[in-house]
Write a protein that binds this ligand. Structure first.
Ligand code: 5GP
Ligand code: MG
Ligand code: MG
Length: 177
Protein backbone atom coordinates (compact mmCIF):
# COMPACT_ATOMS: atom_id res chain seq x y z
CA UNK A 1 0.00 0.00 0.00
CA UNK A 2 1.38 3.42 -0.98
CA UNK A 3 2.11 5.83 1.88
CA UNK A 4 -0.84 8.12 1.13
CA UNK A 5 -3.62 5.63 0.45
CA UNK A 6 -5.11 5.64 3.90
CA UNK A 7 -5.56 9.43 3.91
CA UNK A 8 -5.83 10.51 0.28
CA UNK A 9 -8.07 9.42 -2.59
CA UNK A 10 -7.51 10.25 -6.27
CA UNK A 11 -9.58 13.19 -7.58
CA UNK A 12 -7.88 13.99 -10.90
CA UNK A 13 -5.60 11.20 -12.04
CA UNK A 14 -2.12 11.65 -13.47
CA UNK A 15 -3.12 10.95 -17.06
CA UNK A 16 -5.96 13.48 -17.08
CA UNK A 17 -3.74 16.03 -15.34
CA UNK A 18 -0.86 15.67 -17.78
CA UNK A 19 -3.20 15.78 -20.79
CA UNK A 20 -4.66 19.08 -19.58
CA UNK A 21 -1.24 20.57 -18.76
CA UNK A 22 -0.12 19.65 -22.26
CA UNK A 23 -3.17 21.42 -23.73
CA UNK A 24 -2.46 24.54 -21.69
CA UNK A 25 1.15 24.46 -22.90
CA UNK A 26 -0.01 24.28 -26.52
CA UNK A 27 -2.42 27.19 -25.99
CA UNK A 28 0.29 29.32 -24.36
CA UNK A 29 2.66 28.43 -27.22
CA UNK A 30 0.13 29.74 -29.75
CA UNK A 31 -0.70 32.90 -27.78
CA UNK A 32 2.89 34.00 -27.13
CA UNK A 33 4.35 33.40 -30.60
CA UNK A 34 7.14 35.87 -31.29
CA UNK A 35 7.27 37.04 -27.66
CA UNK A 36 9.76 36.35 -24.91
CA UNK A 37 7.72 34.84 -22.08
CA UNK A 38 8.51 34.91 -18.36
CA UNK A 39 6.80 32.26 -16.26
CA UNK A 40 6.41 33.23 -12.63
CA UNK A 41 6.19 30.09 -10.55
CA UNK A 42 4.44 30.87 -7.26
CA UNK A 43 6.09 28.77 -4.55
CA UNK A 44 5.62 26.24 -3.30
CA UNK A 45 2.28 25.05 -4.60
CA UNK A 46 2.72 25.65 -8.32
CA UNK A 47 6.24 24.22 -8.60
CA UNK A 48 5.25 20.83 -10.01
CA UNK A 49 2.64 22.30 -12.36
CA UNK A 50 4.93 25.09 -13.57
CA UNK A 51 7.83 22.75 -14.33
CA UNK A 52 5.59 20.37 -16.30
CA UNK A 53 3.87 23.24 -18.09
CA UNK A 54 7.23 24.81 -19.06
CA UNK A 55 8.17 21.55 -20.80
CA UNK A 56 4.99 21.74 -22.89
CA UNK A 57 5.58 25.33 -24.00
CA UNK A 58 7.42 25.33 -27.31
CA UNK A 59 8.97 28.80 -26.99
CA UNK A 60 12.12 30.30 -25.51
CA UNK A 61 11.20 31.35 -21.99
CA UNK A 62 12.51 32.45 -18.62
CA UNK A 63 11.39 31.01 -15.28
CA UNK A 64 11.24 33.09 -12.12
CA UNK A 65 10.22 31.97 -8.64
CA UNK A 66 8.08 34.01 -6.30
CA UNK A 67 7.47 32.78 -2.79
CA UNK A 68 4.31 33.82 -1.02
CA UNK A 69 2.87 32.83 2.28
CA UNK A 70 -0.87 33.08 2.70
CA UNK A 71 -1.62 29.97 4.71
CA UNK A 72 -0.54 29.42 8.29
CA UNK A 73 -1.00 25.63 8.00
CA UNK A 74 -4.34 23.87 8.22
CA UNK A 75 -6.98 24.33 5.56
CA UNK A 76 -8.30 27.89 6.02
CA UNK A 77 -6.90 31.02 4.39
CA UNK A 78 -6.07 34.01 6.56
CA UNK A 79 -6.34 36.54 3.73
CA UNK A 80 -2.94 37.89 4.67
CA UNK A 81 -0.31 37.60 1.93
CA UNK A 82 3.42 38.12 2.26
CA UNK A 83 6.26 37.79 -0.28
CA UNK A 84 8.85 35.46 1.23
CA UNK A 85 11.12 35.11 -1.85
CA UNK A 86 11.13 37.68 -4.62
CA UNK A 87 11.94 37.21 -8.32
CA UNK A 88 15.60 37.59 -9.28
CA UNK A 89 15.32 40.45 -11.82
CA UNK A 90 13.34 43.58 -12.61
CA UNK A 91 10.06 42.66 -14.35
CA UNK A 92 9.59 45.91 -16.27
CA UNK A 93 8.82 45.38 -19.96
CA UNK A 94 8.45 41.59 -19.63
CA UNK A 95 5.54 39.38 -20.67
CA UNK A 96 4.63 37.82 -17.34
CA UNK A 97 2.52 34.72 -16.90
CA UNK A 98 1.83 33.98 -13.23
CA UNK A 99 1.52 30.24 -12.58
CA UNK A 100 -0.60 29.22 -9.60
CA UNK A 101 -1.72 25.89 -8.21
CA UNK A 102 -5.19 26.98 -7.18
CA UNK A 103 -7.33 30.09 -6.99
CA UNK A 104 -9.57 29.68 -3.98
CA UNK A 105 -10.69 32.96 -2.39
CA UNK A 106 -8.61 34.83 -5.00
CA UNK A 107 -6.95 36.95 -2.33
CA UNK A 108 -3.43 35.67 -3.03
CA UNK A 109 -3.71 36.26 -6.78
CA UNK A 110 -5.24 39.71 -6.46
CA UNK A 111 -2.37 40.69 -4.15
CA UNK A 112 0.17 39.25 -6.61
CA UNK A 113 -1.38 40.97 -9.61
CA UNK A 114 -1.37 44.32 -7.88
CA UNK A 115 2.23 43.82 -6.76
CA UNK A 116 3.45 42.73 -10.22
CA UNK A 117 1.48 45.39 -12.10
CA UNK A 118 3.35 48.03 -10.10
CA UNK A 119 6.59 46.74 -11.69
CA UNK A 120 5.36 47.78 -15.17
CA UNK A 121 5.48 44.51 -17.15
CA UNK A 122 4.67 44.56 -20.88
CA UNK A 123 1.80 42.16 -20.15
CA UNK A 124 0.46 40.25 -17.17
CA UNK A 125 -1.64 37.08 -17.36
CA UNK A 126 -2.70 34.32 -15.02
CA UNK A 127 -2.52 30.56 -15.39
CA UNK A 128 -4.00 28.44 -12.61
CA UNK A 129 -4.23 24.67 -12.58
CA UNK A 130 -7.35 24.73 -10.41
CA UNK A 131 -10.14 27.12 -9.56
CA UNK A 132 -12.68 26.86 -6.74
CA UNK A 133 -15.26 29.46 -7.86
CA UNK A 134 -17.61 28.75 -4.97
CA UNK A 135 -15.10 30.24 -2.54
CA UNK A 136 -14.20 33.40 -4.52
CA UNK A 137 -14.08 36.55 -2.40
CA UNK A 138 -12.62 38.72 -5.12
CA UNK A 139 -12.82 38.50 -8.90
CA UNK A 140 -9.54 37.59 -10.58
CA UNK A 141 -9.22 37.02 -14.33
CA UNK A 142 -7.84 33.54 -15.09
CA UNK A 143 -6.48 33.50 -18.63
CA UNK A 144 -5.49 29.81 -18.57
CA UNK A 145 -7.36 27.41 -16.32
CA UNK A 146 -6.79 23.68 -15.88
CA UNK A 147 -9.83 22.47 -13.97
CA UNK A 148 -12.73 23.93 -12.02
CA UNK A 149 -13.37 22.03 -8.79
CA UNK A 150 -15.99 22.03 -6.05
CA UNK A 151 -15.33 23.34 -2.56
CA UNK A 152 -13.17 20.42 -1.47
CA UNK A 153 -9.68 20.43 0.00
CA UNK A 154 -7.25 18.94 -2.49
CA UNK A 155 -3.63 17.84 -2.16
CA UNK A 156 -0.92 16.54 -4.47
CA UNK A 157 0.91 17.78 -7.55
CA UNK A 158 2.36 20.62 -5.48
CA UNK A 159 -0.57 21.17 -3.13
CA UNK A 160 0.02 20.34 0.51
CA UNK A 161 -1.67 19.53 3.75
CA UNK A 162 0.68 20.75 6.51
CA UNK A 163 3.52 20.55 3.91
CA UNK A 164 2.82 16.91 3.05
CA UNK A 165 1.59 15.26 -0.15
CA UNK A 166 3.12 17.75 -2.60
CA UNK A 167 4.93 14.86 -4.27
CA UNK A 168 1.80 12.94 -5.30
CA UNK A 169 1.61 12.85 -9.13
CA UNK A 170 -2.17 13.38 -9.10
CA UNK A 171 -4.71 15.72 -7.46
CA UNK A 172 -6.08 13.95 -4.40
CA UNK A 173 -8.79 14.45 -1.83
CA UNK A 174 -8.09 14.25 1.88
CA UNK A 175 -10.34 11.53 3.24
CA UNK A 176 -12.60 12.86 5.98
CA UNK A 177 -11.88 16.59 5.35
P1 5GP B 1 -6.51 31.97 -2.14
O1 5GP B 1 -7.58 31.65 -1.13
O2 5GP B 1 -5.75 33.17 -1.73
O3 5GP B 1 -7.08 32.06 -3.53
O4 5GP B 1 -5.54 30.74 -2.17
C1 5GP B 1 -4.37 30.76 -1.43
C2 5GP B 1 -3.64 29.47 -1.40
O5 5GP B 1 -4.38 28.59 -0.58
C3 5GP B 1 -3.46 28.68 -2.67
O6 5GP B 1 -2.41 29.14 -3.47
C4 5GP B 1 -3.13 27.33 -2.06
O7 5GP B 1 -1.77 27.28 -1.69
C5 5GP B 1 -4.02 27.30 -0.85
N1 5GP B 1 -5.22 26.51 -1.08
C6 5GP B 1 -6.46 26.92 -1.43
N2 5GP B 1 -7.30 25.88 -1.59
C7 5GP B 1 -6.55 24.78 -1.35
C8 5GP B 1 -6.83 23.38 -1.39
O8 5GP B 1 -7.92 22.87 -1.67
N3 5GP B 1 -5.78 22.56 -1.07
C9 5GP B 1 -4.54 23.02 -0.75
N4 5GP B 1 -3.60 22.12 -0.46
N5 5GP B 1 -4.25 24.32 -0.74
C10 5GP B 1 -5.24 25.19 -1.03
MG1 MG C 1 -0.59 28.76 -4.45
MG1 MG D 1 -0.40 25.18 1.35
Amino acid sequence: MAFYEQDVGIHIDEQKLQARVRELGAQITRDYQGKELTLICVLKGSAFFAMDLARYVDLPLTIEFLGVSSYQGGTETTGEVRITTDVSKPMAGKHLLVIEDIIDTGLTMSFLLENLRARHPASLKVCSLLEKPSRARTQVPIDYKGFVIDDVFVVGYGLDYAERYRNLPFIGLMKGK
